[in-house]
Design a protein around this ligand. Structure first.
Ligand code: SF4
Ligand code: SF4
Length: 122
């Protein structure tokens, strides 16, 4: 299994209403990051601060014109769901995560062990 190459697929796939923030995330943003808290409504992210509607693409996903990879503009304060991804090889396969190598597809149980031991909490 390779390191994340910041391809952005997970951010793009999940930012349209499929991401959750923890209560602790929301409390922190409310007190220290009002710029992020603006995008929370009824504990949901990412909501348009003006209309209150769900935003289609995470407002913190950044890509410079000359870059092939993406950056997270709130990386150190990103929500819990973003911090824990990827947790399951099955999700990574569905999401076409670019961390996966052919050997990971050949032995998904071993790939999950590698993910659990090497990448989680890193
Ligand atoms: S907050 Fe950061 S890590 Fe989470 S979806 Fe947005 S850009 Fe990706
Ligand atoms: S899909 Fe995988 S390789 Fe791409 S940014 Fe997400 S974790 Fe990284």
């Amino acid at each position: 299994m390779k390191a994340c190459n910041s391809c952005g697929k997970c951010c793009i796939k999940y930012s349209n209403g499929a991401l959750s923030a923890s209560d602790a995330d929301i409390e922190l943003w409310e007190s220290l990051r009002p710029d992020i808290y603006r995008y929370v409504r009824d504990d949901k992210i990412w909501m348009d601060p003006e209309t209150g509607n769900q935003i289609e693409l995470c407002p913190w996903l950044r890509k410079e014109p000359n870059q092939t990879s993406f950056n997270c503009a709130i990386y150190f304060d990103r929500p819990e769901d973003c911090r824990v991804y990827p947790a399951l090889v099955s999700d990574m396969i569905n999401d076409e995560c670019e961390m996966l190598e052919p050997k990971d597809f050949a032995d998904t149980r071993k790939a999950q062990d590698v993910l659990d031991t090497k990448f989680r909490d890193s």
